[in-house]
Design a protein around this ligand. Structure first.
Ligand SMILES: [Zn+2]
Length: 478
């Protein structure tokens, strides 16, 4: 099925490519971490405001959250963007050596500078298309803070900012091109368990002390035992964020452990979390300490939508292969030379899954994956995303496009280094085109919107959004 909007939107985005890559490169340089994306958010707000969008900023207690809106009436179609960087990942652009030159604390290791910008580009180009063709409807860009380690979107969902949306569309930069289907991303809670004991001289008066560190250790042992009795797909990982000091002769009065708890469904995570709260109480009882439990983030699993997945697939097929120059292939090969041995192993596994026995070697030799991976392949799953929370209240479609050398790990300095390359730019502009075209179709095809809504209902099958964030929890850096 050929659509004439594809040509128009492609032309608009190509004509403004310099503006968009300017935005993403600038945000790459700001490298602001969760909830501190002041400059990045302002840059996007100013850009969209100059393009005639109205802006509402500072939403759900998140200073850097905003909605840019154009048009009126139904349908309301939301494009989601992010702009937060990751801690300790600053890296010189294009350098295949670890090099912190121009030192900043943080770096865009998950490509969120591209993520937000492609969605900005999609709404910008779509607005032009809607104006030129007198198309009705409400077009929105959601500037969503703190995807990493805080789940910023969950607060926007909890506080009702998606209540009147009909459809949400977004993407994520990656090392391949693929529709991102629900079912492969895990729901995730983060919670701190802080134990309070009594300090004393460990040799002189041990009977007067109650060790908070003992409680942390016992809790972790309890969690290890729990692992035997949970579903295979669940994951629990912890970090001792306060061991209670460095002196072995002082009984630690306070100690803390942070857990991430993941499972395919948010309802399953909640059950594991409740069991871990009991384990914590048990550890406190054993050690004569007390425990304070604070859940700080919740990410829900991604709810699939076949109608939107098919629509995105059709458009992805139109814009992929992306096409790379010899220079770009050589650039990617350079980065393939510096991925870790473990990532090389991962790449082999990936090639085997994608290519089977016959094509495995051929795929392994590709510096860039310029093909479309089957949307039903589980590749690209396993992590968690706060898009999941949006997908429980609005039919949501998502896509990955290739922005990095094959085998590059996300959240690595190698990903930061490639973030301003023409490969990253091409992936971003491709994502913008795919998303804008999906939007153009939806604005003109009310039956398709209804079909996506029917899918959404069927997929939830009566389940309601469990709203995993505590009601009084405020967005914060923890
Ligand atoms: Zn990310």
């Amino acid at each position: 099925m050929e659509r004439n909007y594809r040509e128009t939107i492609q032309k608009t985005i190509d004509a403004r490519a310099g503006e968009y890559t300017g935005l993403s490169d600038t945000i790459w340089g700001y490298a602001e971490p969760r909830f501190e994306e002041y400059e990045s958010s302002k840059l996007q707000q100013d850009y969209l405001s100059s393009k005639g969008f109205s802006i509402r900023a500072g939403l759900a207690g998140e200073e850097t959250a905003f909605i840019a809106e154009y048009g009126k009436g139904k349908p309301v179609i939301a494009f989601l963007g992010e702009f937060d960087a990751l801690s300790s990942l600053w890296q010189k652009a294009d350098s295949t050596e670890r090099c912190r030159e121009g030192e900043k604390p943080n770096g865009h290791g998950c490509g969120h500078h591209l993520l937000g910008t492609a969605s900005v580009a999609a709404v910008d180009a779509l607005k032009t298309y809607m104006e030129e063709n007198h198309i009705e409807g409400t077009l929105r860009y959601y500037g969503c803070p703190a995807e990493e380690n805080a789940g910023g979107k969950a607060y926007l969902v909890r506080d009702g900012y998606f209540n009147d949306c009909d459809i949400a569309i977004t993407w994520h930069p990656y090392t391949l091109n693929k529709v991102m289907k629900g079912g492969f991303h895990l729901a995730n809670f983060r919670a701190f368990f802080t134990f309070h004991g009594i300090s004393s001289h460990a040799a002189g008066a041990p009977e007067l002390g109650r060790s908070a560190l003992d409680a942390v250790e016992i809790m972790d042992i309890g969690v290890n035992y729990m692992r035997e009795h949970m579903i295979d797909a669940a994951r629990v990982h912890g970090a001792i964020t306060n061991p209670g000091g460095i002196a072995p002769n002082v009984i630690p009065a306070e100690a803390q452990i942070l857990y991430a708890i993941r499972a395919p469904k948010v309802t399953q995570v909640k059950k594991l979390y409740d069991r871990m709260c009991d384990i914590a109480k048990g550890a406190a009882l054993i050690t004569g300490t007390t425990v304070e439990i604070k859940q700080v983030a919740a990410y829900s699993n991604l709810v699939n939508n076949d109608t939107l997945a098919d629509l995105i697939q059709e458009n992805l097929e139109h814009f992929v292969p992306i096409g790379y120059t010899e220079e770009e292939l050589a650039y990617a090969k350079g980065f393939q030379g510096v991925i870790t041995d473990l990532d090389k192993e991962g790449l082999k596994d990936m090639a085997a899954v994608l290519g089977g026995r016959e094509k495995k070697q051929e795929i392994l030799e590709m510096p860039l994956f310029d093909f479309i991976v089957d949307k039903n392949s589980s590749y690209g799953g396993g992590g968690s995303t706060d898009v999941g929370d949006v997908s429980w209240v609005v039919p949501t479609g998502q896509v990955y496009t290739n922005c990095y050398a094959a085998g590059t790990a996300m959240h690595s300095w190698q990903a930061v280094a490639q973030g301003k390359s023409s490969i990253a730019h091409k992936g971003m502009l491709t994502a913008a085109k795919v998303m804008a075209c999906a939007g153009a179709e939806l604005f003109q095809n009310p039956e398709l919107v209804e079909k996506a809504k029917a899918d959404f209902k069927a997929e939830l099958d009566g389940e309601e959004y469990p709203n995993p964030l505590p009601k009084d929890l405020k967005p914060s850096v923890w």
